[in-house]
Design a protein around this ligand. Sequence first.
Ligand code: BTN
Length: 324
Amino acid sequence: MANGQTQNQILALLKEKKNYVSGEDLSRLLKMSRAGLWKHMQELRADGYKIEAVPHEGYRLFAVPDKLLSFEVGYHLETQLVGKKIIHFESVSSTMDEAFQLGLQGAQEGTVVCAETQSKGRGRLGRDWVSPKGKGIYFSILLRPESAPSEVARITLLCAVALCEALQKETGLDPKIKWPNDILLNHKKLAGILTEMNADTDRIKFLVVGIGLNVNASRSHLPPEATSLKIETRQAHSRIKLLQAILRSLDFWYADFKKNGFEPAMMKWKEYSSTLGQRVRLCHLKETVEGQAIDLSADGGLLIRCDDGRTIKNISGDVQHLLS
Ligand code: BTN
């Protein structure tokens, strides 16, 4: 795996020069033999980097692999916390489990675990998250907020805001949030967020927030209710650029929450919401109610004015949007 520090230095040098860099210069800068350099180049090529070697000219990088490699995602990322450490896997069971283990081992806040595919990607409420190889962005981030467990829903909503804002900036599209944190495009599910927590009764030890975004998947890859950026826009999108935009946006909104609390993110959530103002059906504790979604509660729950006159707060589960 070409993800060592030396390979990163080689890639940085090749990217900065844009043109040929002589083997002699590289050997000198990296303090290694020409044979050692050649070995590293072979490892980078094995990872999918296209590097040409021309006698008397040197090396030139002309294509990078379409993978969420930590060097590519971290290159000029310039975040304060999110993605300072990025761990990339070809395949995992679920990035949630990898990040959770790292959380238990004391890994630094903001660590990101991403994968090209997941064999057991999971969603909320025990659902599966289909993760076709190289077609989506599947990652989990480790957060250590100084918050009570009761505040966890708000952090998830904040991540939904960050995701929508990044998508909007990067693609010009108009994503919406279906309560609590489904990201919809043209009424179909484009992305989802899953939060898992390690906590005492009064204090979060750490959170793992997992995001799955369908990028270049085609219809046959996805369940019927889902969509992808490629399906909606009829063009492929750079997963690296998108992931960078998402990490920057998460970095911004998480820092904003630490400084200003949840209020700004909650206001933004309401702007992106496709649920507020809608007629909804809620199946809750063996009871099914219908009514209008009127607001978010302070803890991130959904307030519904039921047809029977009651106003209820729903903090978990799903709602169905109904035609009014
Ligand atoms: C949902 O909408 O139900 C949440 C889906 C979350 C999927 C992501 S993909 C990366 C991370 N790993 C998982 O197994 N799940 C989350």
